[in-house]
Write a protein that binds this ligand. Structure first.
Ligand SMILES: CC(C)(COP(=O)(O)OP(=O)(O)OC[C@H]1O[C@@H](n2cnc3c(N)ncnc32)[C@H](O)[C@@H]1OP(=O)(O)O)[C@@H](O)C(=O)NCCC(=O)NCCS
Length: 187
């Protein structure tokens, strides 16, 4: 089994494909917005060099098959006008246990349109059907209303609260642990 996304995933409005070096300018625009990265540890980029460091790490993880990092793109009829609206990630892949963590981010201008629900439903389906994972986890700041709602909409179960789990944006954050099992997934 190759733990990667071989073929882009298509939904009604979106395409999900592996992130590439040419995407870094667009990704920098998303990750340098403190309003977007407020609740995500280690994902705020202040200089363009931060994007290169992220991409170097991504390549190592891709080789180790411990992560699948994708961009979410708006589908158009014109390939030249590709717009990256966000990212969808699997990380900390534990093949023996069939376990991975899931992460996502949309640029602020793309919130409230259902793009995250649409993209993550396809990405979760790929994780269970193609990669044959058994359990997905998501860790979300308790105050991150949109993200907690998204996971609930997708069928994740809130399994507990991890108190003062990590430091992000200079503060200790309380984290909801959400889990979804393959047998519970309703595509
Ligand atoms: C988490 C995040 C991806 C959620 O984005 P979102 O836009 O709220 O989620 P969706 O794309 O699924 O959109 C759902 C909203 O769009 C609305 N919507 C509009 N058109 C819709 C459509 N065609 N289909 C579904 N929902 C639609 C829904 O009513 C819903 O609004 P509501 O939450 O007020 O009820 C986004 O807030 C984000 O990127 N945040 C910053 C990064 C982050 O925190 N990531 C998670 C770290 S754990």
């Amino acid at each position: 089994m190759n733990y990667t996304l071989e073929t882009p995933l298509l939904t009604t409005r979106l395409m999900i494909r592996l992130a590439e070096r040419d995407d870094l300018d667009a990704l920098f625009a998303l990750h340098s917005d403190p309003g977007t990265t407020r609740y995500i540890p280690h994902m705020h980029w202040t200089t363009r060099a931060d994007a290169d460091v992220w991409f170097a790490r991504l390549r190592v993880r891709r080789e180790q098959q411990s992560a699948v990092q994708c961009v979410i793109v708006k589908r158009t009829t014109d390939d030249l006008a590709e717009t990256i609206v966000g990212t969808a990630m699997l990380f900390n892949l534990d093949v023996a246990s069939g376990l991975a963590e899931i992460g996502y981010l949309l640029g602020r201008g793309h919130w409230g349109k259902g793009y995250a629900t649409e993209a993550m439903a396809a990405f979760i389906d790929f994780s269970f059907s193609t990669l044959n994972l058994r359990r997905l986890e998501a860790t979300v700041d308790v105050r991150n209303v949109a993200s907690n709602k998204l996971l609930e909409r997708l069928g994740f179960v809130l399994e507990g609260v991890l108190r003062e789990r990590w430091l992000a944006a200079s503060e200790l954050q309380n984290i909801n642990l959400h889990g979804l099992l393959k047998r519970e997934w309703k595509p």
